[in-house]
Design a binder for this molecule. Structure first.
Ligand code: GDP
Length: 443
């Protein structure tokens, strides 16, 4: 079937792109275009008109012809750049449907690219991550994955495991021949090596997820310490309402914030303190949830006054490994007590660079991931690696305890299957549809 969809974002724009892919793509385009494209060379653009059923002009467009397999989907494809009005674009798409195409499902172009071997599954997932990337590092990682860095790493594991499977299977087939392919110790050592490298890759999930989803950063502090002021200073614009009355920030405010190469979801809270007021109680309840869920907490204290009970309570309650203590209002006075902290003035915008640095250090405790390192970002990949690692461990224990090579070899096959799912070998239709249905329409 030939599919079509608007590939640009919905709404009004200078131009909109409509994409058509499938066996009939050229024939369908031919039916509604003012010029013949049958003899056009591939990868050429043609100016002309899309015609209504009565032969009058609907829109003038630029039509791009791409013959399979040299296209994104691997099929014959046509892209139409038309005027970017919502209505005109829809009308052109309707004409394409009248001429024989059917509406594409979300992600269906990428699904076809995968099915036609233009991309493996990890690369297809990278396409979506590239589109969704909200920070420099997330973008770089998606680009690497799209170029095949993760797929290559997986392929290396597969190659080594396939060799081991072959040796084990030879032991099964020719048990009486004392085949000297490799000693048992060598095989175990190899398996341990592979297992260790898989574990290392699996551990990148934390960093990968941090990059992909953003870091939730929670601002905590007693009323009036300057949480809203700091949030505004970090955002560089007025978002939270700053007031001199205590307890005005009653809802959790969330903002996207890009600091350097990272993406944060900044959460402002009502602070945690004892109160009878109902709405404020709700705000406090949410703060406590935010505190548990946050990847990072900035605990604000007011340097211009001694610590109060709620400050002490917060200092006690916040998990140390993800909390940065920040003294605010240092333009008024020095902090009343010394502790590991960052000193700022949200009002005078001083100390913000030091704060950003402290944030980076807390997130990347062992240093930021290197540019070369491949990070996994999908839970699916994490699970497959876990299963592959367990299967390898089972092989090692099996060999050590003298279990028949037949059973052990089947565990190696199991590890291979798990790795294969990452790049899309032997994945079920349900998995495919779960992955691709999250894509944008037209991608
Ligand atoms: P929140 O209740 O923690 O969100 O506190 P706000 O951001 O609303 O600030 C409370 C009051 O402290 C406001 O009057 C701010 O102008 C003031 N304030 C915030 N940060 C500073 C600072 O760094 N220096 C001084 N002098 N005043 C500040």
């Amino acid at each position: 079937e030939t599919i079509a969809a608007i590939a640009t974002a919905p709404g009004v724009g200078a131009i909109a792109v409509i994409r058509l892919s499938g066996k009939e793509a050229f024939a369908i385009a031919e039916k509604i275009f003012s010029r013949s494209i049958q003899d056009c060379k591939t990868h050429t653009a043609h100016y002309g008109s899309i015609l209504k059923a009565d032969g009058t002009v609907l829109d003038s467009v630029l039509l791009l012809v791409m013959k399979g397999p040299r296209s994104y989907t691997g099929e014959d494809s046509v892209e139409l750049s038309c005027h970017g009005g919502r209505l005109v674009t829809e009308r052109v798409l309707e004409r394409i449907f009248e001429a024989g195409a059917r509406p594409a499902q979300p992600g269906e172009f990428s699904l076809r690219a995968f099915l036609n071997g233009k991309l493996d599954l990890a690369q297809a997932e990278a396409v979506q991550e590239l589109i969704a990337a909200k920070s420099e590092l997330a973008l770089e990682n998606a680009e690497k994955q799209l170029e095949g860095a993760l797929s290559e790493t997986i392929a290396t594991f597969q190659k080594e495991l396939t060799e081991i499977a072959a040796i084990l299977e030879a032991w099964v087939d020719f048990p009486e021949d004392d085949l000297e392919f490799a000693s048992m110790d060598e095989i175990i050592a190899k398996l341990e090596g592979i297992s260790l490298r898989m574990q290392k890759l699996q551990k990148t999930f934390h960093d990968g997820k941090t990059l992909h989803e953003g870091i939730s950063l929670c601002l905590l502090g007693s009323p009036n310490v300057g949480k809203s002021s700091l949030m505004n200073a970090l955002l560089g614009k007025e978002r939270a309402i700053v007031t001199e009355l205590a307890g005005t920030t009653r809802d959790l405010l969330e903002e996207d914030l890009r600091l350097g190469s990272l993406h944060f979801k900044l959460i402002d809270t009502a602070g945690i303190r004892k109160t009878d007021e109902r709405i404020e109680k709700e705000g406090i309840r949410r703060s406590q949830i935010a505190m548990q869920q946050a990847d990072l907490i900035l605990l604000l204290l007011d340097a211009s006054r001694p610590l109060i009970e709620s400050d002490l309570q917060l200092l006690k309650e916040t998990p140390k490994n993800k909390t940065i203590v920040v003294w605010n209002k240092t333009d008024l006075s020095k902090p009343p007590i010394e502790m590991e902290s960052v000193q700022i003035s949200a009002k005078e915008k001083t100390g913000l660079d030091e704060l950003k640095q402290a944030i980076h250090q807390t997130i990347w405790k062992e240093g930021p991931p290197s540019k070369e390192e491949v990070l996994i970002t999908q839970l699916r990949h994490h699970r497959a690696l876990s299963n592959a690692i367990s299967a390898c461990q089972a092989v090692i224990t099996g060999l050590q305890s003298g279990i028949s090579a037949e059973f052990v070899a089947s565990d190696v096959r199991c590890a291979l299957n798990e790795l294969g799912t990452i790049i899309g070998i032997n994945v079920t239709e349900e998995i495919l549809s779960a992955i691709f249905s999250k894509f944008c329409l037209g991608k």
